[in-house]
Structures are given as C-alpha cells and as structure tokens.
Design a protein around this ligand. Structure first.
Ligand SMILES: NC(=O)NCCC[C@H](N)C(=O)O
Length: 410
C-alpha cells in the first residue's frame, strides 16, 4: 500500500508558467532582510538603490504584499527559507560557499581562510552571509591575518550584500515547465543567480525541474521577459538584456519547444526603463498597461525558427502589431492611462506600469500611483493596492518583486 499524500504536498502546484496572467498559484518572493541594512549613502548607487530604505517598514510592506497574494490563494515561497532548505544538502553548501569567495579581491590567504570559515557554518548561517554579506570586522579574528585584512576598513565587505534579492523577478524566469537562471548585467547583482541556482538544484520542490537557457553568459534579466501568451515571449533589450542575450534565449526556447515566436523589443538604456516591465505589463489576456510616452514608438523584431535549425529575424515593426500577430489576436489592448506627460513620467518612475497579474483582469499595484490605478479600475481591472514607499526605494514594483513559479493555463 502506498502512503497517503500529505496535504502540504497535495496542494502544491507543479512549477509551470506559460503566460503573464494565468491564475497565479505559486510565487517566489524575498522578504527584505539584513542585506538592506548594509545600504549607506556611500554605497546605495553602486548597490542600485535610490535611497536608504527604512528596513522595518519595508518588511511590513512586504508582509502586506505577501498577505494579499496569500489571501487570493497564492502559495508564497520565500527565497531565504528555500535557500536554507537547499543548503541542508552538503553538496549545495559546498557549491554555494565557493560562490561567496572572491579570490581576486581577497587574495589566496584570506580567500582560503574565508572558505574554511564558511565550511563550518550551518545552512542558516551560510544563507545569512550569502544574502546579507560579511564585513572584515565580522570575519572571525582568527581567520587570515593577511595584508588584505589589515589594509581594508573594518566595514568593507569580504562578501558583498545582495539588497536586490528583493526583486526575484530578475534572477530567474519560469518558461513552461523549465526555469531559466538569468545572467544579470550589473556587478551588484551578478551573484544572486548563484543562490537561485542552488535553490533550483537542491530544494526538493524543484529537484526535477528542467533548465532553460542553460549556462549562457549573455545578459538576460527576468524583468525583460514577458510571456505574452503560450509560445510567445517578448524580451526587452536595453540597459540590462543585450541583443546577444535575447537571441540566445530565443534560440534556446525554440530548441526546447518552449516558444514559437520571440519579440526582441528595444527599450531606452536608462535607469527609469531598466527593464521592459518598467514600461509595460500585462493586465488581461489581451491587454497591457503601458507608459504612454512609448506607446507609439515601441517596436519589435520578430524571431522565429527558420526550419533548418536557425532563426529568422523580421522587422522591426510596431510592438503592438507584432505582438498581436504573434499572439493570434486582432489587437493587443492598451489600457489608456491618458495621463498628462508629467504625471505619467512620475508614475512610471514609481513603477505604475509594473503590475503583477493574479488572474486575467486582477493585478497588484503600488497604491501611490493613484492616477494610473484609477484608469486601470475604470477599464474594469481589479487593482489590489499595496503600499511601497520603502520597497520602491530600490526602483521596483509588484512584478519586479515576484517570480511566478506556477500559473494555471489560460
Ligand atoms: N524588473 C525590474 O524592473 N526589477 C527592478 C530591479 C531594481 C534593482 N534595484 C536593479 O536596479 O536591478
């Protein structure tokens, strides 16, 4: 006789995402932690935050975000907990510890000392260092009395903190039943993917999941990847994702049978528009909310398999036309926020266009974007408003802060 399936297992949906708006079943979030306490006015620019967040309040805001999702029946997985579970496997522990040791910066003696120290800490302790970083003064005094140690300030980092873990959207993306680990462009975020790699390889929930995109190095960030409909992927190309990254992801998705069309969408290489999802997110099966200033100028190259192992590239064409054609619909509706240019620019900066769909026509949005939200509501979209005064200091909204792991098919 086989043992009955425990309730917890029975209710966990299998990882699979093939759209932006299919009913959301499971999501990976990161509750901000000690890594945010590392931000100072001296390092916040380099660490990609626009100001210094009030950490307790950011945690409260994040808890409220998670509660909204949980209240709608979404299973919320937390990155820190998932990492600790994965690190319980000694192979994961060893692999993850290696990724924290920057031999080039520390030199061999201190690098060896740090590696030996990390090998002695438990899974929780290692996860804390991997996420929150470690300063020279925090490294136990016995470890490595090197010149490097003597010449660094006690508050310099031996292991850099990762405050942008908050934005789980960017470091990995589910396409169908496979997960693509991103290749993050900014040095301040590059190490995040090592943590995701360990979680997806060793957390029991993901152990059997296939990988998409493989170990490519051309930059692709998840905020640039929109699953417009099953088989159709839009990839923003700008400050973060490069043309080579978009082409590489397209080839890989074609060869794995995960997509039949990829749209490569050039976006301005600015901080305000660092990812495609800062200017455009889907709010319904056939509708997007989009920054009005780019509505008429956004274009797309259309990539399709050419039938002989290569890729055919057409365009560029207007994005809305190319997207509708690829999706097989008459047109892709743009919810017209109708905002004056100054309000539109302010609300775009505050992630007004960065919504997370929980189902067709139901989105989570920052409450501060009053005008955009009321236009969405007027268009029949249910807007679940959350506070983001502190969360937004890293320049990311509800979509940026969530990596959907399971959505029902439309
Ligand atoms: N998808 C997104 O737009 N993510 C926001 C990332 C914000 C983060 N501070 C960054 O600069 O990468």
């Amino acid at each position: 006789m086989t043992a009955p399936t425990p309730d917890a297992e029975r209710t966990q949906p299998a990882p699979r995402v093939d759209s932006e708006v299919g009913p959301l079943r499971a999501v990976l979030l990161h509750r901000p932690g000690n890594e945010l306490k590392r931000l100072t006015p001296r390092n916040n620019d380099q660490l990609l935050f626009d100001s210094i967040p009030w950490v307790d309040r950011a945690q409260d805001e994040h808890d409220a975000f998670a509660d909204v999702l949980g209240g709608r029946g979404v299973e919320v997985m937390l990155l820190a907990e998932s990492l600790v579970v994965a690190l319980a496997d000694e192979r994961a522990h060893a692999a993850a510890a290696r990724t924290a040791v920057d031999r080039r910066r520390l030199g061999n003696e201190l690098a060896d000392a740090l590696a030996s120290h990390l090998s002695t800490v438990d899974a929780k302790g290692l996860a804390d260092v991997l996420m929150g970083g470690m300063t020279f003064e925090e490294l136990p005094a016995a470890e490595g009395a090197s010149l490097v140690r003597k010449m660094h300030h006690p508050h310099d980092f031996v292991v850099d903190p990762l405050p942008n873990l908050l934005f789980t959207r960017d470091s990995s993306v589910w396409i169908g039943d496979r997960v693509a680990i991103a290749s993050l462009a900014m040095p301040a975020r590059a190490r995040e993917t090592a943590l995701l790699d360990v979680i997806y390889a060793y957390h029991p929930r993901f152990r059997t999941a296939g990988r998409a995109y493989g170990a490519h190095s051309a930059p692709v960030e998840g905020g640039d990847v929109l699953l417009l409909s099953p088989g159709v992927i839009a990839i923003g190309v700008g400050e973060r994702t490069t043309p080579a990254g978009a082409e590489s992801l397209a080839r890989s998705a074609f060869s794995d049978g995960l997509a039949h069309t990829v749209l490569a969408v050039p976006i301005a290489q600015d901080r305000a528009t660092m990812h495609l999802d800062t200017v455009c997110t889907m709010v319904d099966r056939d509708a997007v909310v989009m920054y009005p200033a780019i509505r008429d100028t956004l274009r797309a190259y259309t990539l399709r398999p050419n039938g002989s192992g290569g890729v055919q590239v057409d365009g560029p064409d207007p994005f809305l036309t190319a997207a509708a054609t690829a999706m097989g619909i008459d047109h892709l509706r743009v919810i017209d926020t109708g905002l004056d240019p100054v309000t539109a620019e302010r609300e775009q900066w505050d992630d007004g266009n960065n919504t997370l769909a929980l189902a067709p026509g139901v989105v989570v949005a920052y409450e501060r974007n009053v005008e955009t939200n009321s236009r969405l509501a007027d268009a029949g979209i249910e807007v679940l408003r959350i506070s983001g005064s502190e969360l937004g200091t890293g320049r990311g909204g509800p979509r940026c802060m969530s990596c959907p792991v399971a959505r029902d098919s439309l």
